[in-house]
Design a protein around this ligand. Sequence first.
Ligand code: FE2
Ligand code: FE2
Length: 405
Amino acid sequence: MRSILFVDDESRVLEGLQRMLFPMQREWKMAFALSGAQALELLEKGHFDVVVSDMRMPGMDGAQLLEEVKKRCPDTLRFILSGQSESEVIYRTLGSAHQFLSKPCKPAFLKECVDKAFALRSILASDALKAVVAQIGTLPPVPQVYAKLCEALKSPDCTIEEVGQVIKMDPAMTAKILQVTNSAFFGLRRDVSTVPQAVSLIGLKNITALVLARGLFAPVEGGKLPPGFSIDSLWRHCMVVASYAQAICQVENTSKEIADDAYTGGLLHDTGQLVFLAGCPDDYVRCHEYAIEKQVTLPAAEGELLQCTHGEVGAYLLGIWGLPYPIVESVAYHHNPSIYLGSEFSPVTAVHVADILAFKRRSDESDSPHPGFDMPYLERLGLSNHIPEWDKACDAIDAQEGEKS
Ligand SMILES: [Fe+2]
Ligand SMILES: [Fe+2]
C-alpha cells in the first residue's frame, strides 16, 4: 500500500481532500499535516512514498518544505498542489518538486499522476540502467550556468536583469542563446541582442531549457564521435524536435504548461546520447556501427549492446537533477510511448511524434533505419488520425526557417 502525506495550512482544504480521497483508502494510506513543521514531524516518525504540499503557507512554504524532504528522505516523491499559477511556483521548486498539480485536482487525476511517477521511478531504478551508469563511472555534472540560474530563480523576487547577469557570466552560452533566439525557430520579427530581451520574448521557461540543453552539449564537443555523426547536427535535431513538439501542442490546443514542457522535452530528448558519448564513447561508436551493420534502429542497437537506451539514460540523469517529471517522462519514453501509462495527449506524445517527423524529413542522412510512430500508442489515445495535421504544422516551421536562412 502506498503512503501519501498531504500538507496544507488551511484545514478546510485538508478536510476537502480527505473527503474527496475517501474512495482511495483501499489503495493509499493517507496522512494530513497543517504545516511544514508538522509534516516534517510525521516524516521523522514514519516513511511516506509521496508528499503533496501546498505552496503558499505561513512559516515554511511548500518550496522550503520539499527542499527539506529532498534532503531528509530523497526517495520520497514530491508534488506541489497549488492554487497559484504554475510559473510563479515552478522556478522556486526547480530541483525539489517532481510534479506540479493545480487545485482543484480530481482523485482520478491525482491517482494517475502518482501511478505514472512510480512507473517512471521503476524504470529509472532498473538494474540494467544502474549497471550502465556504474560502468560509465561519472555522469556529466550539472551545467554550471544552469545550476547558478536555478539558484537565482529560487528567490521569489529574481528579476529578468538578474537572469541576464547569470547567463552573461558564460559568454559562449550567451552567444548561443542569442543565436537560437534569433533563429527562425521562434519566428520573432525583431532582432534580439540581449539576454533580458530574449527572456521577455520567449519566456523564462524556454530560456532555462536552452541554458540546460546547451550546457549539456558543450562538454562533448571535440570528443570521439561515431563516423558521420556531428554534435552540431544533433543540436540542430534537438532544436527542430523542440519546435515541432511545440507546434504539435498548438494543433492540439494544449495549455501553455504542456506546450512549454514539450518544448523542453524536445530540446533534451536525446540527452542520453550525450551521456553515452561522454561516458563510453567507444561503446557508443560500436552501437552506431552495429545499427548500420544489422540494419536496426539506434535504440535497438543500444538495447542489445548496452542493455538500455539513450532515452532511459537521459531520463535517469535529468531525474537526478530534479527536472519535473512530465519532462523526464517525455525523454524516457520518446521511442516507445506505448509503455507510458498516460491516457491523454501530453508532452510524451508531442516529443515522440516530433522526433519521428524530424527523422522522416532527414531519412537520407542516416545509414541505419529510423524508428517509426508507435501506432498502438497513438491509437490508444485516439489520435492516430491527427498525424497529417501535425505533419502540416511542422511543414510550416520548415517553411519559416527556409525563409529566414
Ligand atoms: Fe532519441
Ligand atoms: Fe531524437
